[in-house]
Design a protein. Structure first.
Length: 54
């Protein structure tokens, strides 16, 4: 976060995401798969799950 140049909106999004993840150690954290996907989309990523059998 400190090395790259980012727009103010990007920094605001990062602050919100870090604040959300900062309470992950609380019992009632409640991060759902949908919520995780939303956080990743804000960062420009997407989540994919691949299930395979041995």
């Amino acid at each position: 976060m400190m090395k790259g140049e980012s727009s103010y909106k990007r920094l605001e999004e990062m602050r919100d995401i870090v604040a959300r993840l900062g309470v992950a150690d609380v019992r009632a954290f409640g991060l759902t798969w949908e919520g995780c996907g939303q956080l990743l989309r804000k960062l420009g990523y997407s989540a994919h799950v691949q299930v395979t059998a041995d």
